[in-house]
Design a protein. Structure first.
Lengths: 315, 430
């Protein structure tokens, strides 16, 4: 297991390098001059030229890239052009907010999705099963920004149960103050994945229900609940874990939309603004962190297989 | 008068604040970026401290709008002590002398200010101000309706009528120092012919755009200059909606069957209002008189890059594109000279369609060197008449600044420049 982990971690390096090269090139190929965007349409030619020089934008692209790379390795990720702060501290601060949102969303999605799927599978064909399928279909089909606005209007404006924007009340606060702010965005982000998980869980459990070992378990007189829990659910877990792992990418992508809708100060809103402002160092930093998170999530998924399925092992 | 850190506001501070921006050799020049310095203060030749409360500023040339420039952001005074203390980090510890002083800035989350008890006109009533960026229109609206924020700007026009009916909210409105316009690249056929530009003007029902697309959040433009800027006159050639007249003008110009043209539109942008919807409606109006318009959309950063182009590359700029301007200082020079004088082709200025009329240039140049407003007035009015007859740009509307706030807030008055002032605001019944 350990050599496998080391190998996987080493493979991350070229992957991330590749990602950073592609992002760097595509940013520099996009028309739009960062100096012009920063200084606005009223800037004079001399102030534009001065700023370009200060930002190093007058250098050839490969020189700019190598300079950036050297910085990353030594812990200096550069300075955000627009926000005038260290990229590393900005990205880390915002990434934590996204992690909180994503973790909450995954927790809700896995909890609600698997429960709904298991409930559905154990009552296959009944009216309750069909209702559960309908709920998950709706959840899966609703685009997050639309669902977000609906939740804002219903639970924020009409009922007044939850705040509709931000991560903390104006002026700041602690963890407890954050929880009510977390509910609506987390549920919005969870809906799609939860629904997918419900459908996955139902399908795989139905599949396992039909297998020989389940018949044997029933034949030896186990009560149905024990059959479901011990023999069906455990076997159905593997595909579920795979789906959860794959969805981590979706969560990070979906977070961009959900963060916009709820003005959640995460890495998604940071990325969108950085791109619009042609804030090259910041876009690079965001991409690097998100790509790392993505690659890491895949690794965790693979490791989780071992824990769930004794047949899987990595040399 | 003192700055928030106790440093006296005096002539030395004025000299320091200005020279820091315009003199590259100034020891504190590298403590900030000064995009507006050249524009606002560039005409200054020397600053001399006469006594503690008097400075003498010598200009490189007579420049009438200078006093108006002194009310712009770049002319705001900063505490020299604080600049020396924080150096390059001064931007994170700004120290001024205004009614509110800086407390904290959490990027992308909020900026907090608190009342300055020593403000020279008396401490403001509201103790703390929190500014939050809420980028999404719907989210900003929801935050206002949920009572999470007390005041919001740039709300979607479609929601305004509903909010007007709601007693929880009050509207504060101010005619804008703004013009939304279509630029004609006059170096290109067919817009090198004024009759074609006039035909386009007659073909578009601008009142309909203001009502249907903007929900009445603007005022249909009669003149390129907004009515709130002094010297404005409505004694200019006007272009009411008249498709028949448009077709006639096109025929006279040699285009009885119309023509095809590319029209560039930004997806959004500062002052651009509903840029895409407005562009689409213009396309439709022009189709009715035989002008076949192809719209090209760009993201704002890309757009600026493509349309602010030196004269030598005028050919790369399309025949027709959208633009807007928000006045900086209330002086007509800030619209007419900068946007339409032949001296102001990019990269020096913002005459983006390369309009070049010697008579207009002469009037505008003279007007900016005369300090007596009564003498400047007739020059600007004559320039406006010439411009509107020539029509190098088609002004569509002047946006009304609309701020919606909680009815428990009293005394908020929007400022024509879009700056927010809270010193006379009070909160009642809370």
């Amino acid at each position: 297991m350990l050599p496998y982990l080391v190998r996987r971690l080493l493979v991350m390096v070229p992957t991330l390098l590749g990602v950073s090269v592609v992002v760097f090139l595509s940013l520099h190929l996009t028309p739009g001059d960062p100096a012009q965007v920063i200084l606005g349409p009223k800037a004079t030619a001399s102030s534009l030229a001065a700023l370009r020089q200060e930002l190093g934008l007058d250098q050839p692209v490969h020189v700019q890239y190598l300079r950036w790379l050297r910085g990353v390795v030594t812990g200096d990720w550069g300075r955000s052009i627009q926000l005038k702060a260290s990229v590393l501290s900005l990205v880390w601060q915002r990434f934590q907010a996204t992690l909180v949102l994503s973790a909450a969303a995954l927790l809700i999605a896995v909890g609600a999705g698997v429960a709904l799927g298991a409930f559905s599978a154990s009552r296959a064909g009944t009216l309750a099963d069909r209702a559960a399928i309908a709920v998950s279909l709706v959840g899966y089909s609703l685009p997050p920004f639309f669902l977000g606005i609906v939740l804002q209007v219903v639970f924020g404006l009409r009922l007044g149960w939850f705040p509709v924007t931000g991560m903390l009340p104006p002026g700041g606060g602690g963890f407890r103050d954050m929880l009510p702010h977390l509910v609506l965005p987390a549920v919005t982000l969870a809906a799609g994945i939860g629904a997918l998980l419900a459908r996955m869980t139902r399908a795989t459990m139905m599949d396992v229900f039909g297998q020989d070992h389940v018949r044997t378990a029933r034949a030896k007189g186990l009560v149905e609940r024990a059959v479901t829990a011990r023999h069906v659910f455990r076997n159905a877990l593997l595909p579920i874990v795979t789906v959860v792992g794959l969805q981590i990418g979706y969560v990070l992508g979906g977070a961009v939309l959900v963060e916009q809708v709820f003005s959640w100060p995460g890495i998604g809103t940071l990325a969108v603004n950085a791109i619009l402002a042609r804030d090259f160092p910041l876009v690079q930093g965001v991409t690097l962190v998100v790509a790392t998170a993505y690659v890491f999530a895949n690794l965790v998924t693979d490791v989780a297989y071992v824990l769930v399925d004794p047949r899987v092992s990595y040399a | 008068m003192t700055f928030h850190d106790g440093t006296p506001v005096n002539a030395e501070a004025v000299k320091f604040s200005f020279e820091r921006q315009i003199d590259p050799e100034h020891p504190y020049h590298d403590t900030g970026e000064f995009p507006y310095a050249e524009f606002t203060l560039g005409v200054i030749d020397a600053i001399e401290v006469v006594d503690d409360l008097t400075v003498r500023i010598t200009l490189k040339e007579t420049f009438a709008p200078f006093l108006a420039n002194m009310a712009m952001h770049a002319a705001a005074l900063v505490s020299p002590t604080a600049v020396m203390r924080y150096g390059r980090d001064f931007g994170e510890h700004p120290v001024g002398a205004g009614p509110y002083r800086f407390v904290s800035w959490q990027r992308g989350v909020e900026v907090i200010l608190e009342a300055n008890p020593d403000y020279w006109r008396g401490a403001p009533q509201v103790e703390r101000l929190i500014f939050r960026p809420i980028i999404e229109d719907q989210a900003r609206l929801a935050a206002l309706e949920a009572g999470e924020i007390d005041l919001a700007v740039n709300l979607p026009p479609d929601d305004l009528p509903r909010l007007r009916q709601d007693p929880r909210f009050t509207f504060a409105e101010q005619p804008g120092m703004h013009t939304w316009y279509v630029v004609f690249n006059v170096t290109k056929e067919p817009f090198d012919d004024p009759r074609v530009r006039q035909a386009v003007a007659h073909a578009i029902d601008r009142d309909a755009i203001v009502q249907a697309i903007l929900g009445g959040t603007g005022e249909t433009a009669v003149n390129f200059l907004p009515p709130v800027v002094w010297s404005y006159t409505d004694d200019v050639a006007t272009y009411p909606y008249d498709p028949e007249r448009a077709r006639q003008l096109l025929a006279e110009a040699g285009y009885p069957n119309g023509f095809s043209v590319e029209f560039w539109v930004p997806e959004s942008g500062s002052g651009m209002q509903q840029s895409v919807a407005m562009g689409t409606v213009i396309q439709d109006f022009l189709a009715r008189v035989g002008i076949d318009v192809t719209i090209q959309q760009f993201e704002w950063g890309t757009y600026l890059d493509r349309v602010i182009v030196p004269f030598e590359q005028a050919d790369s700029v399309p025949a027709m594109f959208e633009m807007s301007w928000i006045g900086d200082n209330g002086d007509p020079d800030n619209f007419l000279y900068i946007l339409l004088s032949g001296d102001q082709f990019p990269p020096y200025g913002f005459n983006l369609g390369y309009y070049d009329n010697d008579e207009v240039d002469d009037l505008l140049r003279r007007a900016r060197t005369i300090t007596d407003p009564d003498e400047r007035l007739p020059l600007y009015q004559e320039a406006q008449r010439l411009i509107m007859a020539d029509l190098p740009v088609l002004p569509v509307d002047h946006e009304t600044q609309i701020v919606v706030h909680s009815s428990s807030i009293r005394g908020f008055v929007p400022h024509p420049t879009g700056v927010f002032r809270f010193e006379n605001v009070e909160v009642v019944g809370r």
